[in-house]
Design a protein around this ligand. Structure first.
Ligand code: BGC
Length: 816
């Protein structure tokens, strides 16, 4: 049963009429880090929020509340499949409901402006149309399950440097045609129930106070009727935020709304109507997700979508996202014709399955590439080759770690077993531990080394620590954050290391104690995050590379997994380089020299330089593939599944070639001087080196011919229907992503050489022909010039396999 909008509005009006000013203001402020207060008198339950976007973490930031971890957003976009994104959304709604979450802080629809952007992995694409299509599918899926979203981060939060203060200067045309476009598509077409306003400023005004872009564009022009939630701590001024269209200030309990907002109304600085309107939006959202008595939920329990198999979908989405960049015919592998395979790389044993920062979730299981390949290939030998991690991994395995929570007088307030050396409690503490009484947290365990030699222990965190290993105090002192980002302790903490010689088989006690923050900071809830790291003795780096080359030399095939690390690709900072960290390039070259049948698997969320790409037999990009990484990799390398992905962003040969690279503000300003020319639009426009792989590129395991194109006029609001005939000319069944671009012949106003305006996928057996029809919307031929204006003239519809590989074209004449 669908609840009618009018029923909701009347329940909302009734509820609002019963609230006094103080309660109204309290409803607009976080009660704690993740939720809004309940108001039992009007039958309103507490609304709970959680990140997003690759899973639903819930209100705890710890592994004890596991979640399905899907492939990261660049991967989802690489599927070019809005319907798959919708299924992903439904799974996330199912996860949210399981965890008592009503509002998912996702999807991230900022654009890939520079590949140095730290959250590049968390956004979809350099193209606003593809971003919008994937975003519409994802949001529709989440909301099909009766759970809300916050489309984020509105707007122009495309890099991380000085993210709280940076002032992005972009022309109205660039904002409308690029950065706002995905938000517009999602709000208008999927009817998003929430949006999150970003930390940054746009044209001098911080986004949580941006009357023009929020009240004017989002709520006014687009008719957004959902809730505008601030990014965490982004709201800084009560009156500015209220008048600028912010509805909810997060996190609580200390925010610029709540009591401060009630006072501002009493003093006449904020009209009561503004607070009423924000409350109405919160109550409407509550009704939609089933938290307001007498009004819902919008999706009744009996109308919820069919249950989704999370592990199955994670595996399917991963293999569909993998992009085969290059293949000299080695792939797919036939396991029956192999006797020995060398699997190489630190990421093969421990892949980076998800990106760092708020996108982090804790899956119950992770299938590593090594485990996945061992399950399907004959004799597998493993060599680490090169370990690019510059920070120690959390102490794991045979440490038997637990946390002990103590008061200042030493009384034990509680204990909790730990999976590994990561200690993290944000908001909540383990049951029974009172934050007011808490003085220290100790991570302790007993470690029996299997290998004698120099073991390395590490402390990663900010604040006061004491490390004791084998009865000897190794450190007692303070670690300071390396950056001003308030999230630095969480996202990129400093690390100290200590070498300790240990014998094998003799157990030693290990203890790391952290003094928690001062009492006056505590009304924000717990903020405890630190790590006990450990590394066993390893051979010298040169020897590791030689061992890997030797393993490759005696194998039928070498599979090298290379990738980025948490230290180079994460929320909270931008990347300083696109090179693979550590000695991974050298590793690939040595392995390829030892075995011509070398496959390189690239485990990165965003572009990396691959100077060896023409020296290896195949390159497969797997992004951050989620928890089923290894299972999906095995499927694709052995041809059980086709690598279905196409690049959602153009890959440079070298960082220096990128048309837009810089992310550093100058005097606080980040000028988007390139206007509408980002991504392939920028690469096509300028003279200079070509990219390694264009937007849209991806090979699959078969070949396609593009045979016919037919363009017919369509009725408003569409311009044309484009029907394309293709044929599978290879020897395997496959799926092709047919990409439809538009190109303008008129010189004015300046346009990209071509721009994506539609796409569709088609599957066909070997030799089989198929047709797809793609609609060209009116917006494709419009430009922003103080309003949307259709530019009349002659256009060309260009259809092909990527932004630079056009196979069939047809003219399209547009009158005014
Ligand atoms: C991020 C948001 C996230 C929020 C809550 C912020 O730092 O920018 O994307 O939803 O934290 O974790």
């Amino acid at each position: 049963m669908q609840i009618e909008a009018m029923e909701i509005e009347s329940a909302v009006d009734k509820a609002l009429a019963r609230l006094d000013l103080a309660t109204k203001a309290s409803l607009l402020a976080g009660k704690d880090v993740w939720s809004l207060p309940a108001v039992p008198e009007i039958g309103l339950k507490s609304l709970v929020m959680s990140d997003g976007p690759i899973g639903v973490r819930g209100t705890r930031w710890t592994p004890d509340d596991p979640s399905i971890a899907l492939p990261s957003p660049t991967a989802l976009a690489a599927t070019w499949d809005p319907e798959l994104a919708r299924r992903v959304g439904r799974l996330l709604a199912q996860e949210a409901r399981r965890k008592g979450v009503h509002l998912l802080l996702a999807p991230t629809v900022n654009l890939h402006r520079s590949p140095r952007g730290g959250r590049h992995f968390e956004a979809y694409s350099e193209d606003p149309f593809l971003t919008g299509r994937i975003g519409v599918g994802y949001v529709a899926g989440v909301q099909d399950g009766g759970v809300g979203v916050t489309v984020k981060h509105y707007v122009a939060n495309d890099s991380e440097t000085d993210r709280f203060t940076v002032d992005v200067r972009a022309s109205d045309r660039a904002l409308r045609e690029l950065y706002l476009a995905p938000f517009e598509a999602i709000v208008r077409e999927a009817g998003a129930w929430g949006v999150m306003t970003a930390y940054n400023k746009v044209d001098g005004t911080t986004m949580t106070e941006h009357d023009g872009l929020v009240n004017g564009v989002l709520k006014g022009e687009w008719g957004f009727d959902g809730v505008n939630v601030s990014d965490w701590t982004a709201a800084r001024d009560t009156v500015g935020a209220a008048l600028g269209g912010l509805d909810v200030a997060m996190p609580g309990p200390r925010t610029v709304f709540g009591e401060a907002l009630a006072r501002a109304v009493e003093e006449g600085r904020v009209p009561l109507t503004v607070v009423d309107e924000a409350c109405r939006r919160v109550l409407r959202l509550a009704a939609r997700v089933g938290l307001l008595a007498g009004a819902g939920p919008v999706v009744a329990p009996e109308a919820l979508p069919e249950p989704v198999d999370g592990e199955g979908l994670a595996r399917e989405a991963a293999s569909r996202s993998f992009v085969l960049l290059r293949n000299d015919g080695l792939l797919p592998l036939d396991p029956g014709r192999l006797t020995r395979v060398a699997v190489i790389g630190a990421a093969a044993a421990e892949a980076r399955v998800l990106g760092g920062g708020s996108a982090q979730v804790f899956p119950e299981r992770v299938v590593s590439p090594l485990d996945g390949l061992r399950a399907v290939l004959p004799e597998v030998t493993y060599a680490v080759g090169a370990d690019p991690r510059t920070k120690l991994a959390p102490a794991a395995g045979d440490f038997g770690l637990h946390a002990v929570f103590r008061a200042a007088d030493g009384t034990v307030l509680g204990t909790q077993p730990l999976q590994d050396g990561s200690a993290r409690w944000l908001g909540d503490l383990p049951d029974g531990v009172d934050l007011a009484a808490l003085d220290s947290v100790e991570v302790a365990g007993e470690f029996t080394p299997a290998i004698a030699g120099t073991h390395r222990f590490g402390i990663a965190g900010v604040g006061d620590y004491r490390l004791v290993v084998d009865g000897v105090e190794r450190f007692a002192g303070r670690l300071e954050a390396d950056s001003d980002d308030p999230g630095a302790a969480l996202l990129n903490p400093p690390e100290l290391r200590f070498d300790v010689d240990l014998s094998s088989g003799r157990p030693v006690q290990v203890s790391l104690t952290h003094r928690v923050a001062r009492a006056e900071d505590r009304d924000e809830g717990a903020f405890i995050t630190f790590r006990l790291g450990h590394a066993t003795p390893t051979p010298p780096a040169d020897a590791l590379i030689e061992q890997a080359a030797a393993a490759a030399g005696t194998a039928d095939v070498a599979i090298v997994v290379v990738g980025t690390t948490e230290e180079v690709e994460s929320e909270g900072f931008d990347r300083s380089s696109l090179a693979l960290p550590g000695r991974q390039d050298e590793l690939v070259r040595k392995v390829a020299a030892a075995n011509a049948r070398t496959v390189v698997v690239v485990n990165a969320g965003s572009p990396v330089e691959m100077p060896w790409r023409d020296e290896v037999a195949a390159v497969l990009l797997v992004w951050f593939p989620g928890q089923e990484a290894g299972a999906a990799l095995a499927d694709v390398l052995t041809g059980v599944a086709e690598p279905g992905g196409r690049l959602p962003t153009t890959w440079p040969v070298a960082a220096a070639d990128c048309p837009i690279l810089d992310v550093e503000p100058v005097d606080g300003v980040l000028a988007y001087d390139e206007g509408i020319f980002i991504g392939y639009r920028a690469w096509q426009r300028r003279e200079g080196p070509a990219p390694a792989y264009w937007f849209g590129h991806g090979l699959g395991y078969t070949d396609w011919s593009y045979d016919t194109i037919d363009v017919r006029p369509a009725s408003d609001p569409d311009l044309a229907e484009v029907t394309v005939g293709v044929r599978n000319t290879g020897t395997r069944a496959g799926r092709e992503v047919v990409q439809v671009y538009l190109a303008a012949e008129a010189p004015e106003p300046e346009r990209p050489a071509r721009w994506l305006t539609g796409f569709a996928s088609v599957s066909a057996a070997p030799g089989e022909a198929a047709e797809v029809t793609v609609t060209v919307p009116r917006r494709a031929a419009e430009v922003w010039d103080d309003g949307w204006t259709l530019v009349p003239g002659t256009y060309r519809v260009e259809v092909g396999r990527n932004a630079a590989d056009v196979r069939v074209t047809a003219p399209l004449a547009l009158g005014s």
